[in-house]
Ligand binder design. Structure first.
Ligand code: UDP
Length: 447
């Protein structure tokens, strides 16, 4: 670890999930480049430490919480999160005590993922400033407040009543229906409410950082500004503000060579994020539909040998498809051959696609992904959703043609390109995200 004498230290606490770790580490890089020292505290997952070569100068510390990675699969995301918060609090306090002994009192602040809310107790105990980092959309953050209010009002709203689902949430702009709130597919509702309540509770935090851009979510940001009552910094998209992006998994760059041989805006890129795995049946239907569309496609499948029957795999390569385990996604989306993105609508993927002006086919699976898909389709109008619990090959074929070939695609592309320009402007000198990052740095330096 490089010694950065006299520098204020920021302690970062990411949640051990790829889509959260990536923006947290991008934030770390941005702050490091502004002169702070960075310590990353993680559990035994050691997601980031294992790729520490990409973060020269950072310090990595492991805390002894008792949850193994296999528990994530056994318990599911929400249960895992609740347990992780319970088991980590004491060891995180010990860890901060050790850090303070090692480094005197040079910790400027603890910045923690909004779901690692156990950090609030350690910040309070050692009288250290803390800042919440929301790696998801501002609208999703708004939804958590709405859900925790429903919970506090003793479930005045029956979230499982189908009639209620279509109604609009009161006093909210932009308008959301109850069914848009990110509740589905995340396990028992009362546990989800518990996590929302904890994540929306700002405790002793003195500021909130959000990985978003005001031009995408100005209404939600205004709503939050009034609700939170502490400074809020919207500094995203962090993959643009904090270049170069941090690579945590090994990328297969052969797909760039393959893209170089394709016609401009002809390729559909398919990636469903770092967590979700489709069943074999759906993967096969998808493969057939993609082949039938006659458009070239680049598809991320983490374990193709397991999920693709051999004959389907052969058909894919014969009919214009290319499969990789992990792609350099940002570079792929920026490639001139890519004309559309079939996505699960994780927030990082959504921002990365907008940043490159690529329209999207939305296939969200749960929670916040559905909210992002709703925004893509109805607010920004740069894509559309494919609904239903299972898709068949005909729907896949139609969706790809609708996005890349049909007349309608021109409008989506045009709007996507307008947003791309706005995002570029927001991270340039004088832009909203650029200024917000500057203000955040000034604020952290006062701590
Ligand atoms: N990603 C990537 N290569 C791939 C697939 C995904 O680099 O082949 C990255 C992508 O650029 C994004 C992240 O993985 O930054 C996925 O985050 P997102 O929030 O979209 O979804 P999650 O994985 O959290 O569901």
């Amino acid at each position: 670890m490089e010694k950065r004498e006299g520098k204020r230290r920021i302690v970062l606490v990411p949640i051990p999930a790829q889509g959260h770790v990536t923006p947290m580490m991008q934030l770390g890089k941005a702050l490091y480049s502004k002169g702070f020292s960075i310590t990353v505290v993680e559990g035994q997952f050691n997601r980031v430490r294992s790729s520490s070569q990409h973060f020269p100068g950072f310090q990595f510390v492991t805390i002894e919480e008792s949850l193994a990675e296999s528990e994530l699969v056994r318990l599911g995301g929400i249960e895992f999160m609740i347990n992780l918060n319970k088991t980590s609090e004491a060891s995180f306090k010990d860890c901060i005590a050790q850090l303070l002994l090692q480094q005197g009192s040079d910790i400027a602040c603890i910045i923690y993922d909004e779901f690692m809310y156990f950090c609030g107790a350690a910040a309070k105990k050692f009288n250290l400033p803390s800042v919440i980092f929301s790696t998801q959309s501002a609208t999703n953050y708004v939804s958590r407040f709405v859900l925790s209010k429903i919970n506090a009002d003793k479930f005045s709203v029956d979230m499982e009543d189908p009639g209620m689902q279509e109604k609009m949430v009161e006093n909210l702009y932009p308008p959301l229906r109850y069914k848009d709130l990110p509740t589905s597919g995340l396990g028992p509702l009362d546990h989800l409410f518990e996590v929302c309540r904890e994540a929306a509770n700002k405790r002793t935090a003195c500021a909130v950082i959000i990985n978003t851009v005001s031009c995408l979510e100005s209404s939600s940001l205004s709503w939050l500004e009034q609700e939170i009552e502490i400074p809020m910094y919207h500094i995203g998209p962090l993959h643009m503000t904090a270049s170069p992006p941090s690579r945590l998994l090994e990328e297969d760059r052969s797909c760039i060579e393959w893209l170089n041989k394709q016609k401009p805006r002809s390729v559909i890129y398919i990636s469903l994020g770092s967590i979700f795995d489709m069943g074999t049946k759906e993967v096969s239907e998808m493969a057939w539909g993609l082949c039938d569309s006659n458009q070239p496609f680049l598809w991320v499948i983490r374990d193709a040998s397991e999920s693709l029957p051999e004959e389907v795999s052969t058909m894919v390569s014969e009919r214009g498809g290319y499969i990789v385990k992990w792609a350099p996604q940002i570079e792929v989306l920026g490639h001139p051959a890519v004309g559309g993105f079939w996505s699960h609508c994780g927030w990082n993927s959504t921002l990365e696609s907008i940043a490159e002006g690529v329209p999207m086919i939305c296939r969200p699976f749960h929670g916040e992904q559905k909210l992002n898909a709703m925004y893509i389709e109805s607010v920004w109008r740069i894509g559309f959703q494919v609904e239903g619990s299972k898709v068949d090959r005909g729907e896949v074929d139609r969706a790809v043609k609708r996005l890349i070939v049909d007349e309608e695609s021109a409008g989506m592309e045009e709007r996507a390109l307008v947003l791309k320009k706005k995002l570029k402007a927001s991270v340039k000198s004088g832009g909203t995200s650029y200024n917000a990052l500057d203000e955040l740095v000034k604020y952290l330096k006062t701590m």
